[in-house]
Design a protein around this ligand. Structure first.
Ligand code: XMP
Length: 514
């Protein structure tokens, strides 16, 4: 992994993995480990400090996760965040209580003294609070480092032990100087060096794939056109060369020129062996007359699996299957109760691979966050515009043609979408939005073109900004840009006479329309 790390022990907070990301952004390797990880597990990462994450529990709850027994005598510096701080206090002899009101949202705190943890930060600073319990009395050896009227112990520390706690969340963007505070913990308290880079990971992952696959076996990889499967394929190709075969299924639900681009990039530019399957008619026939979004997803998912299996079998005896699983998926699958809930859309069943394929998985991205995958992609020679591509749903344009899908309607949408994205790129705003696309509505309306009455289709434009795709806001695109896009679409795309812009946030809307 790395010759030094600062692991985060996971006490169940939604933002625990964000702490890991922030530490890596600061150039120090981190992983999220379960709160009850053994000392050996933690030591295997060469730790020079640990962070204890927040969590939903109260330290007094009967099944509340506890501080690992080995930690206090480990000699490692520690930073407790929210629940992590309360747990530190409670275990070391402080008092934690539940005040009448929970403190939630933005707050100002003032530091009590100059301290390395607050080096370079203003004396007063905005932070994000989200806690029910709070500390009423510090454990022996600790003193208060920052406070506000509602939270007298907003930060605490014991310099002899090098243990610190913050009641607020330094990992979220609303804590303006949170990243600097985490940096102070790493560099001033743990003595870390900012030497880890996601690109260091490339050589390591290549070596790991070589080890796993051995000298003779072959690997297959499904390419989707997105960044994850492409980077996974490039890493594996670097490790085992021509023993990797990529399979790309053109389902006819891709954007304008997308299939051609995938094929050209992989065959010509990076020279990875690629089997391209033209299954456009098969998918379209299966979708004939289907309007319900969940049925569309099911049909597309099943068809994909059947075609993939067929192609894989025709390659002979291949025992390894590559997947572009990312670190957040690994974390979520370890904590299933965090993802419990009603099904809004069956995202993960589409484009998924057969569970019963009896193949061993190769997952070279399983320790990486999305932005790190992008950095690795650039290092591996993936073209820049591919690396920064917005996410695209597995069922593709089928869930953006609202109502029944047909070849003609897909073509209309493809053209409108291409105009939207080309103009967004030309305005330099593609990367300022995290997802942007056109939707073809099942609504016709009256218009006038020249002296003629028209009764034609409506295109909705959707552009969002988001950090994590769980919540999103609509992008405030300039009116002039929207005007240009609208006028180009109605002039250049036959059968469209009206363009609307979607002003909904998520929640209550979702990002896609279906
Ligand atoms: P929603 O629409 O749920 O989308 O706000 C959140 C993110 O997930 C993508 N999405 C999908 N991805 N298969 C996928 O692989 C799907 O069925 C699917 N539906 C939505 C969506 O594009 C957005 O990035």
């Amino acid at each position: 992994m790395s010759n030094q790390s600062v692991p985060v022990l996971d006490f169940g907070s939604q933002t625990a993995q964000l702490i890991v990301r922030r530490l890596r952004e600061l150039g120090v390797y981190s992983e999220l480990l379960p709160h009850d990880a053994s000392e050996a597990q933690v030591r295997a990462l060469n730790p020079i400090g640990v962070v204890l994450s927040g969590g939903p529990a109260s330290v007094y709850a009967p099944d509340a996760p506890s501080l690992p027994a080995w930690l206090p005598s480990s000699g490692l510096p520690a930073l407790g965040v929210c629940y992590g701080m309360q747990l530190m206090s409670y275990t070391l002899g402080g008092v934690v209580q539940r005040p009448d009101a929970r403190e939630y949202g933005p707050a100002m705190i003032t530091r009590n003294e100059e301290h390395p943890l607050f080096a370079g930060l203003p004396a007063e600073q905005p932070v994000w609070m989200s806690h029910g319990d709070r500390i009423e009395a510090l454990p022996p050896g600790f003193r208060a480092l920052a406070a506000n009227p509602a939270t007298p112990f907003a930060a605490m520390g014991d310099d002899a032990r090098r243990w610190y706690g913050v009641q607020f969340h330094p990992e979220v963007v609303h804590t303006t100087h949170g990243q600097a505070l985490l940096g102070n913990f790493l560099f001033h308290i743990c003595g870390a060096e900012a030497s880890w880079r996601p690109t260091a990971f490339v050589a390591e992952a290549v070596e790991r794939v070589r080890q796993q696959v051995g000298p003779d076996e072959r690997v297959i990889c499904a390419l989707s056109g997105g960044v994850d499967s492409a980077v996974a394929a490039l890493l594996i190709h670097r490790a085992i060369g021509e023993r990797l075969t990529c399979i790309f299924v053109d389902n006819g639900l891709l954007r304008l020129g997308e299939a051609e681009q995938v094929i050209a990039t992989f065959r010509e530019h990076v020279q990875v062996p690629l089997v391209a399957v033209d299954a456009r008619e098969e998918f379209l026939a299966a979708l004939e007359g289907v309007a319900d979004p969940e049925r569309k997803r099911k049909i597309i998912g099943e068809k994909f699996i059947r075609i993939f299996e067929r192609e894989a079998r025709s390659l002979g005896d291949v025992r390894f299957l590559a997947q572009g699983t990312l670190y957040p998926d690994v974390i979520e699958s370890r904590a299933p109760d965090r993802t419990k809930g009603v099904t809004i859309k069956t995202h993960h069943n589409v484009g998924g691979l057969p569970a019963d394929m009896q193949m061993k998985l190769v997952e070279p991205l399983r320790y990486l966050f999305k932005d790190e995958v992008r950095a690795a992609g650039l290092e591996l020679g993936l073209p820049e515009d591919w690396v920064w591509r917005h996410p695209f749903p597995g069922p593709g344009l089928a869930v953006r043609v609202i109502g029944p899908v047909s070849f003609a309607r897909l073509e209309t949408l493809r053209q409108a979408d291409a105009i939207f994205l080309a103009e967004l790129r030309a305005a330099g705003l593609y990367r300022a939005t995290q997802q942007a696309f056109a939707v073809l509505l099942p609504v016709q309306s009256v218009g006038v073109m020249g002296d003629e009455r028209t009764y034609a289709d409506t295109i909705a434009l959707r552009a969002i900004t988001t950090e994590d795709y769980m919540t999103a806001d609509w992008a405030r695109l300039p009116h002039e840009l929207l005007a240009t896009i609208s006028s180009r679409i109605v002039n250049e795309v036959p059968g469209v006479n009206r363009v609307v812009y979607d002003l909904s946030s998520k929640p209550p809307a979702t990002i896609e329309w279906e």
